[in-house]
Design a protein around this ligand. Structure first.
Ligand code: 13P
Length: 250
């Protein structure tokens, strides 16, 4: 049995005051024995506030990005040792906004996956095709390339620590989610790829769907056999809306 994992990617949203208010409301909503793993990804500047407000609750938190080097001349970047001080459990790696707005390459993303695992944390590796790639029938080819680059060199034990988020680029922030059957088809292909490389570990790895998930449609994805959670952007910015999504997973 894979424990569902539902995560809030706040992206570049929320001041410290807003993060505090959110966490105070959210922790009231979540029962102690809630059967879904919940992870909040605030901007770096609000990590310490989220930690203050969520310590001692079952809710976890993580970083939206990290540099693979532990320190050095990388202006504007934040390293894993710096983030570990904030009590994080997860790091999002290879989000489509990092790939397509900031030009992160498969090679750089694979270094990040390696660094996150070496730091004893779990990466949430985001993969997904663009609209023209889906239209031209190349969706799996693109996702397979992203998986091979990021995970190809891992051991089975390392692969078991990874969460994979399938986020088709055209579904992110558009209000138009993937069709559940297309998300399931991709998740099954991802799990098949994992099984080929890593054997039984494939049954342990959790696969999330992300892209215009909101209350009301989350359950359509979360009930699918190969989808074990959701990575939520816009609809995670309100604590009640995010909790409603998490309830659809439970
Ligand atoms: P939206 O839920 O706003 O479409 O964003 C999805 C996403 O990118 C989560 O990482």
């Amino acid at each position: 049995m894979r424990t569902p994992i539902v995560a809030a990617n706040w992206k570049m949203n929320k001041t410290q005051a807003e993060a505090r208010e959110y966490c105070r409301r959210f922790r009231e909503l979540v029962p102690r024995d809630f059967p879904v793993e919940l992870v909040i990804f605030p901007p770096f500047t609000a990590l310490h506030v989220v930690r203050e407000e969520l310590s001692g609750t079952p809710i976890k938190w993580g970083a939206q990005n990290a540099h693979p080097e532990p320190k050095g001349a990388f202006t504007g970047e934040v390293s894993l040792p710096m983030l570990i001080e904030h009590g994080i459990s997860y790091v999002i790696v290879g989000h489509s906004e990092r790939r397509h707005i900031f030009g992160e390459t498969d090679e750089f993303i694979s270094r990040k996956v390696r660094a996150v695992l070496d730091a004893g944390l779990s990466p949430i590796l985001c993969v997904g095709e663009r609209l023209e790639e889906r239209r031209s029938g190349r969706a799996w080819e693109v996702v397979e390339g992203q998986l091979s680059a990021a995970l190809g060199v891992l051991s089975a034990e390392e692969a078991s620590q990874v969460v994979i988020a399938y986020e088709p680029v055209w579904a992110i922030g558009t209000g138009v989610p993937a069709r559940p059957e297309d998300a399931q088809e991709m998740a099954t292909a991802i799990r098949g790829w994992l099984a080929e490389r890593f054997g039984d570990v494939a049954q342990k790895v959790r696969i999330q769907y992300g892209g215009s998930v909101k209350p009301g449609n989350a359950g359509d994805f979360l009930k699918l056999p190969d989808i074990d959670g959701a990575l939520v952007g816009g609809a995670s910015l309100d604590p009640d809306s995010f909790f409603a999504i998490a309830e659809e997973a439970s």
